[in-house]
Design a protein around this ligand. Structure first.
Ligand SMILES: *Cc1c(COP(=O)(O)O)cnc(C)c1O
Length: 228
């Protein structure tokens, strides 16, 4: 089992490095976040043994159980799932990053609950880049105002933007959605925000994301196999 995980990790890393070369990105410019939602702690441990250190989780309770089991491994945990106002405290206390911030009220709670003993919580604003009616994420038109307010919160560090575009197998269409997120981020940077993270690209579209400037891709099934 451990060799399976190592093989898949190397295959995904190879895809990333190949995409960096193909699209003139610096070697190592794109970080790999392993999305371990629904996967058991033993699978995370095997991936960690193969050399992966950052893991993304979508559900608070499930994540806390894995963290407890894997505490000796000193992994970096990223919260990438839907945020509920009554469940922010364990996120503020236990995670290094939140990628799915889409409400100022939640940001204020996370900042207030972030322990003084920890560095500021790294956050990305999730953008509903295709303006899909049922999707989480900010409307692109609202991002500027929220970004300024989040950047002013003392215990958060606004790092950039995240999106999950509408699925499409068409490479050109994939690139167009990611390009819109990149342009939005560039506009924020011109307002004086120091942003360094574009969290975009998953198992099926990471090459298009790298082409458009992703600095972090969130990969689940290509690493762990299909979810339970
Ligand atoms: C599940 C999930 C992923 C990983 O998706 P795969 O297609 O399995 O690579 C990435 N980002 C978010 C926010 C997710 O919920």
């Amino acid at each position: 089992m451990t060799t399976d995980f190592a093989d898949r990790l190397h295959a995904v890393r190879d895809r990333l490095r190949a995409a960096e070369r193909r699209f003139q990105r610096s070697p190592g410019a794109v970080r790999l976040l392993a999305v371990s939602k629904t996967q058991p702690a033993v699978a995370v441990a095997a991936m960690a043994a193969a050399g992966q250190t950052c893991f993304g989780e979508n559900y608070v309770q499930e994540a806390l159980e894995k963290m407890a089991e894997l505490a000796p491994l000193a992994l970096e945990w990223h919260f990438i799932g839907p945020l509920q106002a009554n469940k922010t405290r364990p996120i503020a206390e236990r995670f290094a990053w939140v990628h799915s911030l889409d409400r100022l009220k939640i940001a204020e709670r996370l900042s207030a609950q972030r322990p003084e003993s920890l560095p500021p919580l790294n956050v990305c604003l999730q953008v509903n880049i295709d303006r899909e009616p049922t999707k989480h994420g900010l409307d692109p038109a609202d991002v500027g105002e929220i970004a300024a307010a989040v950047a002013a919160l003392p215990r958060l560090r606004l790092r950039g933007l995240m999106a999950i575009p509408a699925p499409t197998a068409d490479f050109v269409a994939q690139r167009q959605a990611f390009a819109r997120l990149r342009v939005l981020q560039e506009q924020l940077v011109t307002t004086g925000l120091a942003l360094d993270t574009l969290s975009m690209g998953m198992s099926d579209d990471l090459e298009a994301a790298v082409a458009e400037g992703a600095t972090l891709v969130r990969v689940g099934t290509a690493l762990f196999g299909s979810r339970r």
